[in-house]
Ligand binder design. Structure first.
Ligand code: GAR
Length: 206
């Protein structure tokens, strides 16, 4: 069974979607550890309910991002993690994690990258920017993590319509429904080695 590590900062609805996919046998994997940078993240409770080991690595306890990242990588190694999933993990990490897990880190982003990504673009900030831009469609993106924030090869995307009466809350809700579908599916494709990387494109191996 492939061992995945899930990094979280908040509610953990994406973590729950991964847990559900595993329990429904749609995804053949084991969550080896859930790591949170926030001690009070509800995601930790979700993990505990399912008997999944949890670790809190609070960024406030580290003088530099590099040392914070080293602590995370140390734990991923300790739990023999093969694929890292950033599931609503809201801190930017040092590139040493990319060197430790090249093409083995997936991130879910609540918009259609390459638009509405980058530093400061997380959670409600993304949905507010989407609404302010006037675009009629948004969605979610699962991509492989590279050194530049939100720029790695895209594995899967899903689209939602922006309705006239949408607020950042209602849009976030619609986008989350899509996230819960595409994240477990992207994890499955990567674990089954179905993804071929061609620059910023990924193609399904036949
Ligand atoms: C999700 O919408 C995820 O895409 C977003 O945080 C939310 C976490 O929800 N991530 C980012 O904005 C990263 N840039 P969850 O804790 O319920 O899974």
């Amino acid at each position: 069974m492939k061992r995945i590590g899930v990094l979280v900062s908040g509610g953990g609805s994406n973590l729950q979607a991964i847990i559900n996919s595993i329990e429904d046998r749609k995804l053949e994997a084991e969550i080896a550890v859930v790591i949170s940078n926030r001690p009070n993240a509800f995601a930790l409770e979700r993990a505990a309910r399912h008997g999944i080991p949890t670790v809190v690595i609070d960024h406030h306890d580290f003088p530099t991002v590099r040392e914070f990242t080293e602590a995370i990588v140390g734990n991923l190694r300790k739990y023999r993690v093969e694929l890292v999933c950033l599931a609503g993990f809201l801190k930017i990490l040092d590139r040493i994690i990319i060197d430790a897990y090249p093409n083995k880190i997936l991130n879910i982003h609540p918009a259609l990258l390459p638009a509405f990504g980058g530093k400061g673009m997380y959670g409600h900030h993304v949905h507010e920017a989407v609404l302010a831009s006037g675009t009629k469609y948004s969605g979610a993106t699962v991509h492989l993590v590279t050194a530049e924030t939100d720029v790695g090869p895209i594995v899967l995307q899903g689209v939602v319509k922006v309705d006239d009466d949408d607020t950042s809350e209602s849009l976030a809700e619609k986008v989350l429904q899509i996230e819960h579908q595409i994240f477990p599916e992207a994890i499955r494709l990567v674990l089954e080695d179905r993804i071929m990387i061609d620059g910023l494109r990924t193609k399904l191996k036949r």
